[in-house]
Design a protein around this ligand. Structure first.
Ligand code: SF4
Ligand code: SF4
Length: 501
């Protein structure tokens, strides 16, 4: 007899005085947690299927539902925690690799929360952003270091190709296939309205979204899904994806049952075939090889588009970034180990990579030391949660940040970490038509616009408080930061002083 050692992680608490048996929860739950029992004439719940996505809680008309974490316990120890025990049982049941989604939930230090921002007092007055101009406009790409004039003394227009952003934020790479058509449309429309960019991820660009090309970064990943001349030419920039924070060093896999219809057409692969992105690019084994791809893409697009190279934050990140800066790339995108994903092996997500804060500080310093910082822009990602994280990232040396998880949360994501099941009840990481239509792109794009505008306003307030009136003046300005509760080595890598110094 096989025994199930696992107890459901969540319990559904239904207030029977409030429940009117309207069956909304039953209809809304793609995990089939709720059902109406005709004999008992009441709603029942199979809690083993609950992922705590809160769809039923949010839509219950009488507020009859609560999902609570079970207080069932294993005999834990500091070593054998509940999580370790449950994961082991799960693998003993299945014999397979544990899969998960979204970012690393483990209890590693969050350096953003150990860094504090400065404010002006007395001698260096602060600036009121409501009364004085405050510039959050950001340019991504090589900086122009030389002014050239012709024989008549007229300026020769020799500016390198740059992306212009109205604020130092972009929507991170999320492929069509991993997220839904309506999620992509929401991101594309918000990027256009805000004057920023969204990123196709590695799944190609749906024909309907070519019109958003001026606000699109098109990705070229190891699987080369959906990559062709029109695709490259449609985007404002091209990004070569080498790695991703949630799963550094491994490839990706979109199962055959998800590569149907428009997704197979957009990816240019047969319906029902597994979309497997190899771990490496099979034409890149050195910085010289990377340089060849960077220049092939520039050549293919007539040197009109900046080329970004996206990597995961790993050991030796500074040396890797230095190589990328010398490869001819215009932007380095670095994804920290808390970066989200539609699907990743749990063990990789939770144990591989390094925090983005340390990676960013190390890369910015290395590029400055080598005198090549102006050759590239740095965009960072990997769990940016609010506008203060962005200010800290810019002061540590970033030009801008990619927002993935935060953008999905604006669309309604409740961080249930079950995107890989394809049953997202909020219509975001699913391709099931009845679920996709739950996300209305009119509402989704407006919520993204609201969030970005709110954060941009807060960034201006924090900059004003420091007496700084432009992102350019904040970039790499580590004097504006102080650490709390950090050791000497951490402060050294971050390049900041301790609070009180
Ligand atoms: S949605 Fe609320 S009121 Fe309706 S059946 Fe479910 S618990 Fe009861
Ligand atoms: S996108 Fe959907 S499935 Fe993924 S974590 Fe968010 S709510 Fe859950």
């Amino acid at each position: 007899m096989s025994v199930n050692f696992l107890y459901p992680e969540y319990e559904v608490e239904r207030n029977t005085n409030r429940c009117i048996a309207c069956r909304v929860c039953e209809r809304q739950c793609a995990n089939e947690v709720h059902r109406y029992d005709e004999d008992l004439q009441m709603m029942l719940a199979d809690e083993s299927k609950c992922v705590n996505c809160h769809r039923c809680v949010s839509l219950c008309p009488t507020r009859a539902l609560k999902i609570v974490k079970t207080n069932h316990t294993f005999k834990e120890s500091a070593n054998w925690t509940k999580n370790n025990i449950e994961e082991l049982y799960r693998q003993a049941n299945s014999g397979g690799v544990l899969l998960t989604s979204m970012g690393n939930p483990c209890d590693y230090p969050v350096y953003w929360d150990k860094i504090l921002i400065n404010a002006s007092q007395v001698t260096n007055p602060s600036i009121d952003p409501l009364r004085e101009p405050m510039e959050t406009r950001t340019y991504l790409g090589k900086k122009n270091v030389k002014i050239e004039r012709d024989a008549n003394g007229k300026l020769i227009p020799n500016l390198p190709v740059n992306l212009e952003l109205t604020m130092p934020m972009l929507f991170g790479a999320m492929s069509y296939g991993a997220i839904s058509y309506n999620a992509h449309e929401s991101l594309a429309r918000a990027a256009e309205a805000l004057g920023i960019y969204y990123n196709t991820g590695e799944g190609g660009l749906h024909q309907d979204f070519y019109k958003y090309g001026p606000n699109t970064i098109v990705q070229v990943a190891s699987g080369r899904f959906g990559v062709h001349k029109d695709y490259l030419e449609s985007g404002a920039a091209i990004e070569i994806k080498i790695g991703q924070g949630a799963k550094p060093g491994i490839g990706g896999h979109l199962p055959g049952h998800k590569t149907m219809g428009d997704i197979s057409r957009t990816r240019m692969i047969p319906e029902g075939s597994d979309a497997i992105s190899p771990a490496p690019h099979h034409d890149i084994y050195s910085i010289e090889d990377l340089r060849q791809l960077v220049f092939s893409l520039k050549e293919a697009t007539n040197y009109k588009k900046p080329v970004s190279v996206k990597i995961a934050a790993v050991h030796n990140i500074a040396a890797i970034a230095s190589g990328i800066a010398r490869s001819g790339a215009d932007i380095i995108a670095i994804d920290g180990f808390r970066g989200g994903t539609g699907a990743a092996p749990t063990r990789i997500r939770d144990n591989v990579g390094i925090p983005i804060e340390l990676a960013l500080a190390a890369v910015d310093q290395r590029l400055r030391d080598e005198g090549i910082r102006d050759n590239v822009s740095i965009v960072v990602s990997g769990s940016i949660r609010n506008s203060a994280d962005i200010v800290k990232a810019v002061a540590l040396g970033a030009d801008a940040v990619y927002l993935g998880t935060a953008a999905l949360m604006a669309l309604g994501c409740h961080l249930c970490r079950s995107c890989h099941t394809g049953k997202c009840n909020w219509g975001i990481s699913t391709q099931r038509p009845e679920l996709v239509k739950r996300l209305n792109p009119n509402i989704g794009s407006q919520r993204l616009i609201n969030l970005m505008n709110a954060w941009n306003h807060e960034i201006k307030e924090m900059m004003g408080g420091m007496g700084i009136n432009s992102i350019e003046a904040l970039r790499g300005n580590r004097l504006m930061l102080r650490g709390v509760g950090l050791n000497e080595k951490e402060l050294e890598i971050l390049g900041i002083k301790h609070a009180g110094e």
